[in-house]
Design a protein around this ligand. Structure first.
Ligand code: FMN
Length: 436
């Protein structure tokens, strides 16, 4: 099968103890503090010509499940987790082509600080930085930043809209060509091309200009993951790439069609934003080996059910530990990740919480199980049905071995079918992202 090439991203679940307790993770429990694993991994992803690696983040320790930090700390669920800006800088230093997307919450960083931080990363990476713009969703996180709790879900996006306006103005506060570096006339910067922004809005008051100088890309790449209608509207307004977790090819197609229609309605060209769907391939030397691996992943011990529900609790702020496991769920609402809860409830139907947890997994938008050749075919067929634009790969058992399976097994099979790039065409991140 030959088809149209699509884009590939890697979703790194924070700079943290990746895959604690999983096989083939070496001495990760003690070696996670040094960046060797992340660096080797990103170099491998670059060798496989991935568009980007996205560093997930949230700046708090989970506490929603059972009203305690115990399960999160005991199993290393998103903790310990390092500051993504430091790791992004190290990854940029160790690579030359791949895009690096760091997550920063709009509730946590004053816009000036964020604009300067991202501009600096864009400069030191020679134009390869993206920002995953998240609004945050947890009251525990809010309390680390002087707030009593998170504003209501849709209000967070309203605030973030103004936030985006401010940071974009700051990134634009240096006109192209402002740095003249003219030795003969002794002029470094043409002061007439650097402007204050004097923003006085509903939520922010910022003078500018940015003291760090301009981004290499002009504006850095913006990534977003809004799943609710308000979130999709925000993503359609601002994002160069949208990352999404939607179950099934029909739902994925509908999601992509929806954000593209929202872009067009605002006068944006829908082809200027790449929608990447989260998937978690399970690869084996034979089909049977891959299926056995998949069965092991789905095993539902009490511990695993609790871990899955703890993850869901963390992103929805709901205490699933307090609900009876053997009763149907009923209706639930959240001020956290609305779309994730909706997807969970949709799949649960009339099932008990235990049964729902048994089928709930982070395995991604569609199952991809088989040999590298089989999975490459599955990805190609799904993409053809959805219409584009690519996949965001992630696994719960990320190890050097898993990365080798992807980069040396799966990606060459995609390349052979014309479904993945064989070389980067451009120096900068956005140019590669929008190349096809
Ligand atoms: C692939 C993917 C990655 C995400 N990464 C982060 C992240 O790093 N930090 C974060 O706070 N939220 C993250 N989110 C959550 C989104 O920002 C958003 O809150 C969520 O998708 C629910 O959408 P909604 O808020 O519009 O309901 C991610 C979501 C998805 C699907």
């Amino acid at each position: 099968m030959a088809g149209k090439a699509f884009h590939l991203g890697w979703f790194l679940q924070g700079s943290s103890v990746q895959a604690w307790g999983e096989p083939w993770t070496g001495n990760i429990g003690t070696e996670w503090m040094v960046p060797d694993f992340f660096i080797e991994m990103t170099r491998n992803l670059e060798r496989a010509c991935f568009d980007y690696v996205l560093l997930e983040d949230s700046s708090y320790i989970g506490e929603s499940y059972g009203g305690s930090r115990e399960i999160y700390l005991h199993h290393g669920l998103s903790v310990p987790r390092q500051d993504p800006s430091v790791v992004a800088a190290l990854l940029a230093q160790a690579t030359k082509h791949i895009g690096i997307v760091a997550t920063f919450g709009t509730f946590a960083y004053p816009p000036y600080l964020l604009a300067r931080l991202v501009a600096t990363l864009d400069q030191v990476s020679s134009g390869r930085i993206g920002w995953n713009a998240v609004t945050g969703s947890s009251d525990y996180a809010a309390r680390n930043f002087g707030l009593d709790g998170m504003p209501p879900h849709d209000t967070r996006y309203d605030i973030a809209d103004e936030y985006m306006e401010v940071v974009r103005k700051l990134w634009g506060s240096w006109e192209p060509g402002a740095i003249v570096a003219d030795r003969e006339r002794g002029i470094l910067v043409d002061h007439t091309k650097v402007h204050a922004i004097d923003h006085h809005g509903t939520h922010f008051k910022v003078r500018g200009p940015l003291n760090s100088g301009p981004c290499v890309q002009g504006q850095p790449v913006i990534a977003q993951a809004g799943g609710s209608p308000r979130g999709r509207q925000f993503a359609a307004t601002h994002a160069d790439t949208i990352v999404a977790m939607v179950k099934g090819t029909a739902g994925m197609k509908a999601y992509r069609d929806d954000v593209r229609a929202r872009m067009a309605a605002q006068g944006r060209d829908p082809d200027r934003c790449m929608v990447l769907f989260l998937v978690s391939p399970v690869l084996g030397d034979t089909d049977e080996e891959a299926r056995a691996k998949h069965r092991r992943k789905l095993a539902t011990t009490e511990d695993q059910i609790a871990k899955r529900l703890a993850h869901l609790s963390k992103i929805t702020n709901l205490d699933f530990g307090a609900l009876p496991l053997d009763k149907p769920l009923g209706s639930l609402t959240t001020n956290g990740h609305q779309q994730s809860l909706d997807e969970f409830l949709k799949k649960a139907g009339n099932k008990t919480l235990r049964e729902a947890a048994e089928i709930y997994s982070d395995a991604g938008s569609i199952p991809l199980i088989g040999t590298p050749a089989q999975v490459a075919e599955q990805m190609g067929a799904a993409m053809e049905e959805i219409g584009g634009d690519g996949f965001l790969l992630s696994t719960n058992d990320t190890s050097r071995r898993v990365i080798a399976e992807i980069c040396d097994g799966l990606v060459p099979e995609l390349q052979r079918r014309g479904l993945a790039r064989r070389a980067y065409s451009h120096a900068m991140f956005r140019d590669n992202l929008l190349d096809f």
